[in-house]
Design a protein. Sequence first.
Length: 218
Amino acid sequence: MNESVEPKATLSMPALTAGDKFFVGIMVLVLFAVTGLGMMALQEGHKTEGGKRNAEALAAWMTAAGADRFNADYAVAACAGANKHASTPPVLQASEQADPQNSESNNADSAALHTSAPAEAQTWGGCLAYLQEKSPLKDLRNPFTGQTPKYEAACSGSDYHLAGALVLEKLVPTPPGSSVPYIASQLAATDRIGEKLQLRLSVCDKGGYGIKVGEFEF
């Protein structure tokens, strides 16, 4: 007895509709967008870390300098502090005083006394110039701009152009009993650095917000 065999049904994939194709396209775009945003965030994070490393290098140098710059033999004259035990500039004896009629002798003596100016005359501007031109920190670059890091008065979240900038503040103690322990203000180029200074260093992140790096003596 012969039995007829019915053919097996075959499954076929339904064709993609226009809506399906649109959905797949959107998903591909979303995938690329998320990947791109992730890469951008990673790059910005590396730049922020680079700015922090700049600040940490400056803090380390200034901390080390703060321990030595009051010594008489400190090598960096532009950043030296006032040496309390240093001898005062020599005073000309009567026999060595310049002849009023000898202008060349007067000028030489005046120049000699001028070069013997006390360390109190040193300013932060002169020390900063040394740091940016001759010190091991001269090659520091703002990772956001590729330029030498700028020193700003403060970071601000409303100004993203401050990204990578350094904020160096001097902390002046207030009298006992005050509501705040100290007053902070920018260390300006004209500020004298002959005495010990308590400083606070921050760096601005990619959005202009401040990241505190530390406080130290200089």
